[in-house]
Design a protein around this ligand. Structure first.
Ligand code: AMP
Length: 286
């Protein structure tokens, strides 16, 4: 496994990689969620590359950039075991050269949900992902359903800018009690950690309601909000039933929905989601 810092060296390494190449972009502090993406890439591609870069541009000023957990030594040891070809650990100036002023912006699908509460977040994400796609020229890129809007926005950008990359979205990996794995879970105190699975319980309750016939978008949102209200430590920022592709909020009868939420548990902002589909319900009911 080559560990590369400088951009020009990365370009040279990429030229020699067997194709198709699978790329897994991360911000490090790796957990089983990240590793599930790496393993899927390993299964599907003769070469696998991982990037580890805590991207300042996707944090707003009041967010946790300085506190964001980092442990490069541990990350590299974990990746070594996955037998991948290359890890890129760029310095800030490898991604943002002096005088940087070029941004990639996706419009409609970045406005609601995370975009409404984290101004500039997706501009940071899409700019870095576009740069990663240019540099690595991967045939496949792996993202987690955990960040459903990010995956949808990256898919949109990939189609709009004609990147010849297949965007593969992998299922959310959870702790045994349902909490979606996240680097930010380390911020939780023991009491907050105990409260945190309420996100998953709220989503599961709404999904269950959907599968037994609740089709009203408001009804689904109410179901989630009701479960969250039972845990005083959980302070919801938004609770949504949206179109899984456009991310627009749904009203009235729904056949397919991305149920999602952002919830503060203490100072830590957690997100989670699940997709419900009528065709899947029918299979379950049969
Ligand atoms: P991050 O390091 O948070 O930027 O995440 C890097 C990639 O890992 C993103 O595509 C995330 O969606 C994905 N990811 C993070 N947590 C999980 C999880 N629990 N299950 C699956 N994928 C995840």
């Amino acid at each position: 496994m080559k560990v590369v810092e400088k951009l020009d060296e990365l370009r040279r390494v990429c030229e020699d990689l067997a194709r198709p190449l699978g790329l897994v972009p991360t911000m490090g502090f790796l957990h089983e969620g990240h590793l599930s993406l790496v393993r899927r890439a390993r299964e599907e591609c003769p070469s696998v590359a991982v990037s580890i870069f805590v991207n300042p541009a996707q944090f707003s000023p009041q967010e946790d950039l300085a506190a964001y957990p980092r442990d490069l030594g541990r990350d590299l040891a974990l990746l070594e075991r996955e037998e991948i070809e290359v890890v890129w650990t760029p310095r800030l100036e490898d991604v943002y050269p002096p005088g940087f002023q070029t941004w990639v912006t996706v419009e409609g699908s970045t406005r609601p949900l995370e975009g409404a509460h984290r101004p500039g977040h997706f501009r940071g994400v899409t700019t870095v992902v576009a740069k990663l796609f240019h540099t690595f020229q991967p045939q496949k890129a792996y993202f987690g359903q955990k960040d459903a809007q990010q995956a949808a926005v990256v898919r949109r950008m990939t189609a709009d800018l004609d990147f010849a990359v297949e965007v593969v979205v992998c299922p959310t990996v959870r702790e045994p009690d349902g909490l979606a794995m996240s680097s930010r879970n380390v911020y939780l105190t023991p009491e907050q950690r105990q409260a945190a699975p309420v996100l998953h319980r709220a989503l599961a309750a709404a999904a269950e309601a959907f599968h037994v016939g609740e089709r009203d978008a408001d009804g689904l949102r109410r179901r989630m909000a009701g479960v969250l209200a039972g845990v005083p430590l959980a302070r919801p920022q938004y609770v949504s039933a949206a179109d899984p592709d456009t991310l627009e909020e749904l009203h009235g009868r729904v056949e397919r929905a991305l149920l999602s939420m952002a919830v503060f548990v203490g100072e830590t902002r957690l997100i989670d989601n699940v997709v419900v589909e009528e065709s899947m319900s029918r299979r379950v009911e049969e």
